[in-house]
Design a protein. Structure first.
Lengths: 378, 387
């Protein structure tokens, strides 16, 4: 057992925190919520220069060759600063499945450009059925000569409106189980037949509806093997769920910090409200949630990073807990702030909304509990 | 980062598990507070060398690291092994004596603690000094080579069985701050002037009131320095904390039995485990237990790094004690009407353990520093909120 971060990880954390504090002000966050693109190309470029997009990619693809746990540390800082933009969709949802399942040709073509910040990617999995499981995948891909033709509607696709490539999850065969017969394609987002629309959401996170109408994709763009795409996806979803958890833990930390600062300085009845026991209890409860969320995140992240048996269960437990913890912490944070906390001018609302968005991503608490129930053999 | 135990640690876990199974028998279902007090079993553990496994070798312990102590504690609790007769002496009395005790105290008490022969009771709380412990009024007044003790303690576990009392008393009523005038004494419970009276609890455990009526004890009964008692009380928690880190293991045992019951019991023709509402409750508890266990691992890890996990220990205490109440309720819910049956009823599932657990579960959030106080400690000491 070793529950400390390595020195390199501590350094990564500090440098990421410093960078984001300086480069990603809440003014910028607010501006980007209203912005059509939803990200700052200038900031994106600077992040690429730091090597962040290639953090977990091997050096042969111009990456930094670091591990999943390092990515978790970085995402925690991004969540702390609620960094807007396509980092998550490009790196977690895009580069990780390509790295694990892509052909050498696909990797050589795409990964260095991801590392350099030239490409934005996303993953199109969910559909109007709004499920993260294989049964929800109805979008069809049918072979036609050297290509496949994709037809269907994807919903809640993050940053599809600015993506260069969309990894589209399709059904290529009606299998004996929902998992069988799923294939993944790396689709050029500018292909004819793709219509994309951003949907306003609680997290202002540029989730899109993407309609595929007779979209032709070359066979060589298939990611992994025909009909065997779900295995790739299952791994990606585990990683993505933990990555989301990392953001959510960072968000909790920031919400608690902001609240502590506020209750120490806000004076009522001639005393800082932080000296009142009821507020102290709220803050203690918030901290308990932050502390527990952090360790549950790290434990699950270790399991995923090392592909330990039982990692699926660890991930479900972590997400189930962190979903509720982030909501709890932000709700208490708003309460401690009083009326000012409910205004658009105040930062805490940014976190309050993201906590709910985070819960919904990759499975809400009920979804995770169902997975835990399966693991318990209920 | 790495959350896994080493092969050596796993082997130690297995060794403890096997030993307890052998000594307690495969059908051992104990675990209620009064069953946990078993001096004969304590002596057996002492003989095996398993009291004070974390104590330094120079004092006769095994010098095992905190992680091993955690593992040992987890197995003891999961196995519901009786430890109440020696646990206080092992976790509180011994370590404090090692740190601040006189040679005489060390020589006299440490070996008998390790052999499991001696029972201590811890007597701090008074009728007017619960959460506000530093305002305790039981006083000891010097009288030549002796002290005369007067006052009353209450809610004291095992006072009726204990050979010695580990008591906090006021020795300087004029100290500028009330916690600077407190000393710790070790008193022979048979001392004339010390009497006890039973206070039965709703969880079948007997607490005691302890009365001191001009009890005359020699000045050598003072632990460490006079008037340093408050410091000893608050600093003596290290070994206690590592034991606390293992708490969840006992709850895990309860939960495993609840799940087993749900998987094997039909209600309205359907397995309980297939009921969606039941599943919700069980999975929620599974997640909480996972969280609680990690809190314990973090505690043990910090201790192993030589860090005093002050706030973390409070967090763990609050979390696990409140979890226990939810668990007690869940257990009875799963058992339905059968949940209310008490031990000895043939129809009582798990021999009525869960019925008892429900009665017992409020105790942890109240004792050992009420959770309200723990939260204030977390807020002030941990988060830096103003007083």
């Amino acid at each position: 057992m070793n529950l400390d971060l390595t020195e390199e990880q501590e350094m990564l954390r500090t440098s990421a925190r410093d960078f984001l504090t300086k480069e990603c002000s809440k003014t910028l966050v607010r501006k980007l919520e209203e912005d059509e693109k939803g990200y700052s190309p200038e900031l994106w470029h600077k992040m690429a220069e730091l090597g962040w997009m290639g953090l977990v990619l091997p050096e042969q693809y111009n990456g930094m060759g670091m591990g999943f746990m390092d990515l978790v540390i970085l995402l925690q800082e991004m969540g702390r600063n609620i960094l807007p933009g396509p980092f998550f969709s490009t790196v977690v949802l895009g580069s990780l499945p390509i790295l694990s399942a892509g052909t050498e040709e696909q990797k050589k073509e795409l990964l260095p450009k991801i590392a350099s910040g030239e490409l934005i990617l996303t993953l199109a999995l969910t559909e109007p059925s709004a499920r993260y499981d294989a049964a929800g995948v109805q979008t069809k891909a049918v072979a036609q000569g050297d290509s496949f033709v994709i037809d269907g509607t994807k919903l809640f696709v993050e940053n599809a409106h600015i993506a260069d490539y969309i990894i589209c999850v399709t059904r290529t065969k009606k299998g004996t189980s929902p998992q069988e017969g799923i294939s993944l394609f790396v689709v050029d987002a500018r292909s004819a037949g793709i219509k994309c629309e951003v949907m306003p959401t609680i997290g202002a996170d540029k989730l899109c509806e993407v309609v595929f109408k007779k979209v032709k994709v070359p066979k060589k763009n298939m990611l992994g093997k025909l009909n065997e795409g779900w295995d790739i996806l299952a791994k990606t979803l585990e990683q993505a769920t933990i990555a989301k958890c990392a953001e959510m833990v960072g968000g909790q930390e920031a919400s608690l910090d902001m609240t502590l600062a506020y209750v120490k300085e806000r004076v009522q009845y001639g005393k800082p409200i932080g000296s009142f026991q009821v507020i102290q209890h709220y803050c203690a409860n918030m901290w308990m949630n932050v502390e527990t969320s952090r360790d549950i995140l790290y434990k699950a992240a270790c399991s995923v990073a090392e592909a330990l048996p039982g990692s699926a269960s660890e991930v479900a437990v972590a997400k189930g807990w962190i979903n509720e913890a982030y909501k709890f912490v932000t709700e208490r944070a708003v309460q401690c702030h009083g009326a000012i906390g409910t205004t658009r001018d105040h930062d805490i609302g940014l976190y309050y909304r993201r906590a709910k968005a985070g819960e919904l991503a990759f499975g809400d608490t009920d979804f995770q509990k169902e997975l835990v129930a399966q693991q318990l053999g209920l | 980062m790495d959350f896994q135990f080493t092969a050596q640690q796993e082997a130690f876990r297995q060794e403890v598990r096997d030993y307890l199974r052998k000594e307690l028998g495969p059908d051992w279902r104990g675990g209620k507070t009064h069953e946990m007090f078993n001096p004969a079993f304590s002596r057996k553990l002492g003989k095996k060398g398993w009291i004070g496994i974390g104590w330094p070798k120079e004092y006769g312990g095994l010098g095992r690291p905190h992680m091993d102590q955690l593992i040992f504690g987890e197995e003891m609790l999961y196995g519901r092994a009786p430890a109440a007769a020696h646990i206080l002496a092992q976790n509180m009395v011994g370590p404090t004596l090692m740190n601040v005790g006189s040679e005489e105290h060390k020589k006299k008490f440490l070996p008998m603690i390790l052999s499991g022969e001696v029972v201590f009771c811890l007597a701090y709380t008074e009728p007017q000094a619960g959460s506000d412990l530093a305002s305790l009024q039981t006083n000891a007044v010097a009288d030549g080579d002796y002290f005369r003790i007067n006052g009353q303690k209450t809610f004291i576990s095992f006072a009726g069985d204990a050979h010695y009392g580990w008591i906090g008393v006021r020795t300087d009523p004029n100290a500028p701050k009330k916690h600077r005038g407190i000393s710790i004494f070790i008193v022979d419970m048979k001392t004339p002037g010390i009497t006890t009276r039973k206070l039965d609890t709703m969880f079948d455990h007997t607490l005691y009131e302890v009365f001191f009526d001009d009890a005359k004890v020699h000045k050598s009964c003072v632990v460490g320095q006079l008037n340093q008692g408050w410091y000893y009380i608050t600093q003596a928690l290290d070994h206690e904390r590592v034991f606390m880190a293992a708490t969840i293991a006992g709850y895990q045992r309860i939960f495993d039995e609840i799940v087993e019951y749900a998987k094997s019991t039909k209600r309205d023709g359907k397995l309980l485990s297939k009921d969606p509402i039941m599943q919700q409750k069980l999975t929620e508890m599974a997640i909480e237990l996972h969280v609680g266990r990690l809190l314990g691992y973090r505690l043990a890890w910090l201790l192993e790094q030589g860090i005093v996990p002050f706030s973390e220990a409070s967090i763990s205490k609050v979390f696990t004690s409140e979890l226990e109440k939810r668990l007690g309720n869940l257990g009875m819910q799963v058992l339905g009407l059968y949940g209310q049956l008490q031990r000895g009823t043939p129809q009582a599932p798990y021999d009525g353990y869960l019925e008892w657990e429900y009665r017992f579960s409020p105790m942890q959030a109240v004792g050992g520093g009420a959770n309200e106080i723990q939260r204030i400690i977390i807020a002030i000491a941990g988060l830096g909120l103003p007083r």
